[in-house]
Design a protein around this ligand. Sequence first.
Ligand SMILES: [Zn+2]
Length: 243
Amino acid sequence: MRQLKIAPLNFGLGRKRSSLPFGCEVQRSRRKTLAIYIIQGKVVVRCPMRASSGQITTFLNDNREWIEERLAEESLKQKQQLRIERGAKIFYRARELRIVFKEGRKERVMVLGDKFIVQGHKLTPAKARVQVENFLIAKAQDYIIPRARGLARYLGVDHKLKEIKLRKTKSKWGHCTSTGIIQYNYLIMLAPYSIIDYMITHEVCHMLHMDHSQRFWNLVDSLCPNSEHYMLWLKEHEHRFWI
Ligand SMILES: [Zn+2]
């Protein structure tokens, strides 16, 4: 990968004053056009080596509305991030529940009405988080594995499916290898069953088509109609599931 020259640039402090309310990072490279990215809540401008700061300021001003919308979106996402803490909100099966810590010798997690109850002895957020993850792993074992195996049998590819792993990965919900290993992120158990079923279907269909070709999507759609609806839902809400 080509090295980028990175020069932090704070608009408003430079020679040409700007009314832009945010700092931004300028990355120069041998590209021909300017482009704006929002990366982890920060504005990054990628531009040609010789772009002047005036050009960059104008470009930022022209796109100000878009930038502000994206920044607001990012900050909302940050606020909605899942924290297993007393009184915090959890987005469980498309409903917003309140997390309650309950003292008790027996460790368990229960959903009662609008409460997501974590019961344990002298609970701390760290302990509660482990309990919630174990709860989701158990749910994934009971739900995902038999359904994925059943679908593989139905499609006649059970001999190809060697192993199903449940693992918390950083950015993926499912993954499939050509050696017949399917991996699911157990945090998907926070989502509604229709979304989980879509993920199960998607990965098992890769046992027949290892790509995202039309043939692959036709197969997915024949088993799980409206898959694009589920993908969109996931895209919109998945930031609320990562812990
Ligand atoms: Zn895929």
